[in-house]
Each structure stands twice: as structure tokens, then as C-alpha cells.
Design a protein. Structure first.
Length: 648
């Protein structure tokens, strides 16, 4: 059945094209498997809460914007009646009835792994928007009067001072006091009149998110979704986003413009019954232990391919989020994230914690992250715990503080044909990875993690096969192009004991260069004791190094260039790679059969169906037939001398 919604409609109508509903929620209460809800142009201020899901991929419930029409769904409300309160400061008193039982201005940004350093004031989920631009929260009324102009900020993880892209925005600030019956908000509008401009405050936690689990096979297409007061989403808590399936299977979220999520925009993650901020609430065990327990708790409630995951998130434009563009723990399994444009995530730096990134996934089992453009984020892609069967392919990352971070995972995972253009290109607190035909313009950093044993799984399954600590190594590097920079300009890690960043693969020096050499190292008495202190093998060949980058000493046939450079250039919506290389290295197309198995998980590099991984499409979409020769790096058409190639 075709259902229609329009701003001129009536919820007492029948929902036909001639008599549309007024609210999307009214259509959601009626829609059944196989139905399509078409929403017509206009602004809808509601939290859409689907009542039913579909029954299969072919019997979905689809919510879509009418073709060619602009439909906005907001978690905010407009506020008028502002009164001058000195200079460019205005004051508004908002009745608490506007919020119901969820007042974002009374709720703190908090939970497991949130960090407020050096006595920094606690932030709240509320926000103020002037003509769509979000403000900064300050700690008191006095700070609203004359906020300083900030032009730079220190990145919490790297310790590097980075410029603020829009310094004037830092003077748009607010402060709120929550009373018994009303909330008073002071805001500095810097000369704008809030009674004639569009001023909004976020009031709803989410914009499109079920209140119950297991509403499967829903499609959300073509909307602008904005201004939600969604909370901090660590992997040990419920993870509600501006939009998401809430522990279900088979959602498609495509062709949407999603922005101004207080924390996370799209959530394909965990639900509350497997733990909710217990480390913070109880204080009796570390978050690591509760996260480990959540894996087993999830198995008990049906964490498997039949019940959870297999979502598709594609062709969305996501920006201006405080924590993540896409987040997920456990519920992200078997999903595909492709062709999204992600930028300006956590760059306001209003709060900080160890769960921030453009894409932040835990337990990314058989997940494909393909051909996304991620830039101007504090961290581009962060894969944490149980990254297994995961493919990071054909992505373009640049202008981030850090590009790709893989943490406490055992593999196998595969990163191929990516452009990693930020000063800190790759960080590995993991083992069991394969890096094939990537371009790295920044540093590589390695670190052991011996105080957190994390699970690994049977191939292509959520069943836990074992667990272990991260000793590092067991990585494969083939046909990558390192156009190195001075590690000193990348960052100086602030973590005590952290490994130094290097350009190239020299951080692996001292590792054996083959599995046979590794076995010789453990040929001594004892059981597990004979493995203590033994470094795992690293398999490297046919990589290309420009000045400033150094190969792994055990590498086979590295190519050392006398010169070479690459630059990422944006031109409107296009991204181009400009290179100047004196020579190239050619190699045949790699498949999963060419990559040695992962030692601890005892698993191969495979497609989700169990066949060997096919690594034959470059960043531009060009197919690389087996047996043909292609240059190292992510672009098949790369030639010696100067190149300018569109990569997005």
C-alpha cells in the first residue's frame, strides 16, 4: 500500500495521495510490510518511531522523500520571544512542557569512556542553532557576555595544535539554567536578532529511531535529518543515534543528508540489556571487563546473522556531529557502509572521550567500509575490538587528525586501495591485518596491548572462538605507496609508553619476516612461556618509499625512490590526487590466496561467502584483471611523472 504524508494533510485522513496524513508518525502507525510511506516537501518536527518492521528484503517498509522534493525532519523546535539581556546577549524562558520527560539542557554528556580533563566543565545534550549553525556551550552566564575568539585548539589524542575552521563560530555561545517549570537560556547571537532569524533548540533525543528492538527491514531514503539531542554512545551502553535500527536486521539508510547530531548520527549498535554504562554507574569493574561481558550477554539474546545486523548505509552526507557519523557495537555485524561523505565530526571539541571518530565500530565482523570520503574529522575510521572479516576498501581520507585506527583486534581484516592523506595515516594496536595497494601520506604507529585480552571468532560468525592479547605484528603489507612526511609534524603521542610514529614500515624492524622464522623463535621449552616476548611475523613486499619513508628491514623487494610527492586537492565536490613520481613498481593483482593466514584466529582473507578475497578494484572503480601488471598504490592509471586523477 502507498501511504502519503504532507504538511497540508490531516492525521484523521486515510493517507492516500489525495488525503495525506499530517505526521510521519501517523503513517508509521499504519504501515505494514510491503508498504511505502512517501513524505512530501516541508518541515516535520517529530521523532519518527516505527511501529512495525518488514518481513524480508523484498517485503520492506520504506520511508522516502517524494522524488524531487525537499523533506526535513528535525529533533528541534523553534524558540521565539527572546529578550535583550545586555550587548549581543539575549534571554529566553522555555516551558519544560516543551521537552516532556527528556530535557536535553538538564542531561549531561556522560557515560563510560567520556573524559573531562583538567577540571573542564561538564557539557549537556542541549544545543542552540542560529539559521542552522550550532552554538558552543559555556559554563556560566558571565561567559556568554564576551566570549573570546578561538583560532586553534589542542587535539586531545595527538597533542597537536590544530586550526579551527570557522573561528567566528566560537563566539556563538549559550548557557542554560533548568528550573522546576522552565528552562532559561542565554545566548550570544553576535548582532543577529533571534526574533527575526531562525533560532532553534534541540528537544528530541532522536529523529528516526524505534523504541523497541527487532523491527527489521526498514528503508529510510532521501530525507534531511537534523538537530537531535542524542546521548554519548560508548560500546558498553545503549547506543541511540539521530537515526538507527535499535538492534534489528536489514535496515537500509540511503541518500540522506544528516547533520547536527549532538553525539552520533547513525547508530547500528548495541542495546541496553547487555549493559548500560555499568563502569560509570557501578564503579566496581573497568569498562573493558563490562565490554567483554556484553559480548557473551549479546550471544545469549540472539546476537547472530539471523537476528541482527546486515544493514546498508550508503550515499549519505553526514556532518557536524559531536561524536560519530556512524557508530555501532555488536549490531553492526555483516553490514555495508559505502559511498558516504563524512566531515566535521567532533571538530567542535566540546567534549572528549575514547569513542570519537567519523566511523567508530566495535565487533565489525564481515563489515565492508567502501568508497567513503572522510575528511576534517578528529579521526576518520576507528575499528575497535573484534575487527574480523572486515574490508576497508577504496576510501578517501584526508585533512583528519588521524585517518585509520585499528585497536585490539586479531583479524583477519583487509585494507586495500585507500588514500590515507592525513599526517597520521595508520595506527595499529592490533594484529592480523593486510594492507594492499594503499597510498599513505602520513605516519604509521604500532603499539602492543598486553593488558586487554579481546575475543576472536569463528570465520563469518559471531560465535567466539577464543581470546588473546595484542602482541603486534602478523601483518601483511603489499604494493603500498609511502610518500613519507616528517614524523615530527604528524604528532607527538600523549599516551605514556606509546610507540613513536614513523613514515613507512620501519616500526616493524626486529620482527621475523616469515612464519618459518617465527617458528624458529618459539623453538624452546615450555608451553605458553615459549611465546612470551616473541614477535610475530610481518609479511612485506613490493612497497614503494619516497624520501622520508623507510621500509621494514625484512621486506622483500622494496623500491626506494630518489624523489616523489603527492597532494590531495579538493575542487568543489570533487577530490583529485596530484602526484609526481620518477618511477613505479608494477605487480600483479593480489587475492586472498596470496595473503598468509592469520595466526591466532587461524583464518584466511576471504569474502563473506568464504571464497578468497578479490582485491581487484582501484579507488576510482577501475577493475584490475588477474595476471595483469599494475602500479603500486590505489590508482591503476598512475604513471611516472605528473598525474592529476579524480579519486572522488
Amino acid at each position: 500500500m502507498a501511504l502519503h504524508v504532507a504538511t497540508t494533510g490531516d492525521d484523521d485522513a486515510d493517507g492516500s495521495a489525495a488525503q495525506p496524513f499530517r505526521t510521519i508518525n501517523r503513517a508509521a502507525a499504519v504501515a505494514r510490510p510491503g508498504d511505502t510511506v512517501t513524505v512530501h516537501a516541508g518541515e516535520y518536527r517529530e521523532w519518527v518511531k516505527p511501529r512495525r518492521g518488514g518481513l524480508s528484503d523484498s517485503r520492506r517498509i520504506t520511508y522516502q522523500a517524494a522524488p524531487g522534493e525537499h523533506v526535513v525532519i528535525k529533533g528541534s523546535e523553534r524558540v521565539t520571544g527572546w529578550e535583550p539581556d545586555g550587548g549581543t546577549v539575549w534571554r529566553a524562558e522555555v516551558p519544560n512542557t516543551l521537552f516532556g520527560d527528556f530535557n536535553p539542557f538538564a542531561r549531561e554528556v556522560g557515560g563510560d569512556w567520556i573524559v573531562y580533563r583538567d577540571g573542564a566543565p561538564v557539557k549537556h545534550l542541549g544545543d542552540v542553532y542560529l539559521d542552522g549553525v550550532g552554538f558552543y556551550e559555556v559554563a556560566g552566564r558571565d561567559e556568554v557576555t564576551d566570549p573570546p575568539l578561538r583560532t586553534e585548539v589542542v587535539d586531545d589524542w595527538t597533542g597537536v595544535t590544530v586550526p579551527i575552521r570557522d573561528p567566528e563560530r566560537t563566539r556563538l555561545v549559550w548557557f542554560a539554567e533548568v528550573g522546576r517549570s522552565s528552562t532559561t537560556i542565554w545566548a550570544n547571537f553576535q548582532g543577529a536578532d533571534p526574533n527575526t532569524a531562525l533560532v532553534e533548540i534541540n528537544v528530541r533525543r532522536s529523529v528516526f529511531y524505534p523504541e523497541v528492538n527487532h523491527l527489521d527491514f526498514i528503508t529510510v531514503r532521501g530525507f534531511e535529518l537534523a538537530q537531535a539531542a542524542c546521548p554519548w554512545t560508548p560500546p558498553t551502553a545503549d547506543q541511540p543515534g539521530l537515526i538507527g535500527p535499535n538492534w534489528a536486521k536489514g535496515w537500509i539508510i540511503e541518500d540522506n543528508h544528516i547533520h547536527d547530531a549532538k553525539c552520533s548520527a547513525i547508530s547500528i549498535g548495541k542495546e541496553a540489556s547487555t549493559g548500560h554504562n555499568f563502569a560509570t554507574e557501578r564503579g566496581d569493574k573497568p569498562g573493558y571487563q563490562y565490554q567483554l561481558e556484553s559480548v557473551f550477554s549479546a550471544r545469549q539474546i540472539g546476537w547472530d546473522r539471523e537476528h541482527v545486523g546486515s544493514h546498508v548505509i550508503r550515499r549519505n552526507h553526514i556532518h557536524d556531529c559531536g561524536q560519530n557519523a556512524i557508530v555501532g557495537h555488536l549490531g553492526c555485524v555483516f553490514s555495508t557502509i559505502e559511498d558516504n561523505h563524512i566531515h566535521d565530526v567532533a571538530t567542535k571539541r566540546e567534549f572528549y572521550g575514547y569513542e570519537i571518530g567519523g566511523i567508530k565500530l566495535h565487533a565489525a565482523i564481515d563489515v565492508v567500509i567502501g568508497h567513503n570520503h572522510i575528511h576534517d574529522c578528529t579521526l576518520g575510521i576507528w575499528l575497535d575490538w573484534q575487527t574480523q572479516g572486515t574490508r576497508i576498501t577504496r576510501n578517501v581520507l584526508h585533512a583528519n587528525s588521524r585517518d585509520l585506527f585499528v585497536e585490539v583486534s586479531h583479524g583477519p581484516y583487509l585494507a586495500d586501495h585507500n588514500v590515507l592523506g592525513s599526517p597520521a595515516a595508520v595506527e595499529l594496536f592490533s594484529q592480523g591485518g593486510a594492507f594492499v595497494n594503499n597510498l599513505l601520506l602520513g605516519t604509521v604507529r604500532l603499539e602492543q596491548v598486553l593488558d586487554r585480552a579481546t575475543p576472536y571468532h569463528r570465520p563469518h560468525s559471531t560465535q567466539v572462538a577464543g581470546y588473546g592479547v595484542i602482541v603486534g605484528g602478523d601483518d601483511r603489507w603489499i604494493g603500498n605507496l609511502f610518500l613519507g612526511i616528517d614524523p615530527a609534524v604528524a604528532y607527538a603521542p600523549v599516551r605514556e609508553g606509546a610507540g613513536p610514529p614513523v613514515s613507512g614500515l620501519a616500526a616493524y624492524d626486529g620482527h621475523p619476516a616469515s612464519f618459518a622464522e617465527f617458528l624458529q623463535s618459539v623453538d624452546r621449552p615450555g608451553d605458553h612461556q615459549r611465546f612470551l616476548g616473541v614477535k610475530q611475523a610481518v609479511y612485506a613486499r613490493d612497497n614503494v618509499y619516497a624520501p622520508g619513508a623507510d621500509p621494514f628491514t625484512g621486506e622483500t623487494d622494496p623500491r626506494i625512490l630518489a624523489s616523489g610527492s603527492a597532494t590531495i586537492v579538493t575542487d568543489g565536490d570533487e577530490v583529485h590526487l596530484e602526484t609526481n613520481l620518477p618511477e613505479l613498481t608494477s605487480l600483479t593483482t593480489i587475492t586472498g590466496r596470496d595473503l598468509p593466514r592469520v595466526r591466532l584466529a587461524d583464518a584466511d582473507f576471504e569474502e563473506p561467502d568464504g571464497t578468497p578475497a578479490q582485491i581487484d578494484v582501484d579507488v576510482t572503480g577501475h577493475h584490475k584483471p588477474a595476471g595483469d601488471l599494475f602500479p603500486a598504490g590505489p590508482v591503476a592509471a598512475l604513471t611516472t611523472g605528473g598525474n592529476r586523477i579524480r579519486i572522488w
